[in-house]
Design a protein around this ligand. Structure first.
Ligand code: PMP
Length: 361
């Protein structure tokens, strides 16, 4: 095996090594089929088992019970920005959004394009999206309230979800799905692009409460209806087979190796404490998110100047720590420490940060 680095990319991102090893082991002959999982029919019993396992493990990990459909829909999280208002807005009712950065802004735009009555009930744009707004007032007549649980670019995360009463919550959990456990009952729909915390790029995981399916209008295209995917176990057409297969292995790793989302959350908190502890103990590194809104998934920080930031990213890579450049829209540095990044990876980064500060501070 060639040298593997500690991977802090924001997405596509690190996958658990045991998952990659399992893929490697069964790549040429999937469970005695004599074919690769890449070659199998999605109508075969082998793939049926794969998708059903991915669905059942997702249900168990998130305590979804039988109230939700678990779907795999291509087009990434970005297609969900469009499908949500198209399927779930209700005539004569507003759709409400909280704007906490680039991805919420894009979700809002897609609802506006469709001429929906979009109300932005809170925004953190006044301080460059560096915090999570509090004290929301939700219109009890709204069709739904949409928010983004973790802001991948700005490094902020909701520590407690908003209370919208009986209004269904809709959440983009692309960058923190499966990082912690929560009560799914207030949610009408949860979605996540796979490529950060649960697999490679190529599908979104969508969990929709069954009563929400009654809202799906007849007069929208077949492939844009949630009911199409729900009625055919996500196989109305050919799904992203390899992605769903790897998702099922990541879910297995979460259940059997990690022991569930409460354990995952504890590990993520330990990782967060390590790296934020390093940032807070230093004047050299400055965290960009408000302390009470910090993300345990994407840690964003600045160094005293851009030249030092460039050197930091380059020298870190030489030391086997990759993907630390901030998003191109904001600059600075970002360490994405999703589930697959272990405490060893975060410790190695913190050691490097301390050493770099000693040399350059
Ligand atoms: N939402 C969030 C929170 C994201 O971080 C991203 C991608 N970085 C997206 C949506 C868009 O996802 P996709 O590329 O799967 O459309």
């Amino acid at each position: 095996m060639g040298r593997r680095i500690h991977n802090f990319n924001a997405g596509p991102a690190a996958l658990p090594l045991p998952v990659l090893e399992e893929v490697q082991l069964e790549l040429l002959d999937y469970k005695g089929s004599g074919m690769s999982i890449l070659e199998l029919s999605h109508r075969s019993k082998w793939f049926d088992n794969v998708i059903n396992e991915a669905v059942e493990r997702t249900r168990r990990l998130l305590n979804l019970g039988d109230d939700f459909e678990v779907l795999f829909i291509q087009g990434g999280a970005s297609l969900q920005f469009c499908m949500i208002p198209m399927n779930l807005a209700l005539p004569g009712k507003p759709v409400e959004y909280v704007n906490t950065g680039t991805w919420s802004t894009k979700a809002i735009k897609e609802a506006q394009i469709q001429g929906k009555d979009v109300v932005e009930i809170a925004s953190s744009e006044d301080r460059n999206f560096s915090y999570i707004p509090g004290n929301l007032t939700v219109n009890p007549d709204a069709a739904y309230l949409h928010f983004t649980s973790n802001n991948t670019i700005k490094g902020t995360q909701w520590s407690r979800f908003p209370d919208a009463g009986a209004v269904p919550l809709i959440c983009d959990m692309s960058s923190d799905i499966m990082s912690r456990s929560f009560d799914p009952r207030p949610f009408g729909l949860i979605y996540a692009g796979a490529q950060k915390n649960i697999g490679p790029a190529g599908t979104a995981l969508v969990m929709i409460r069954k009563d929400m399916l009654e809202r799906v209008p007849d007069d929208i295209p077949t492939m844009l209806k949630y009911s199409t995917f729900a009625g055919k176990n996500s196989m109305f057409n050919t799904p992203a087979c390899i992605v769903i297969y790897i998702i099922s292995l990541v879910m297995k790793w979460l259940e059997e190796t990690i022991g569930g989302l409460e354990n995952m959350d504890a590990i993520n908190r330990e990782k967060g404490a390590l790296i934020y502890g390093c940032i807070d103990a230093s004047d050299f590194y400055q965290g960009t998110a408000a302390k009470d809104s910090r993300s345990l998934m994407n840690v964003t920080f600045r160094l005293p100047n851009e030249d030092l930031e460039k050197r930091f990213v380059a020298e870190a890579l030489e030391a086997g720590l990759g993907g630390l450049k901030g998003h191109r829209s904001v600059g600075g540095c970002r360490a994405s420490i999703y589930n697959a990044t272990g405490i060893d990876g975060v410790s190695a980064l913190v050691d490097f940060m301390k050493e770099f500060e000693k040399k350059n501070g």
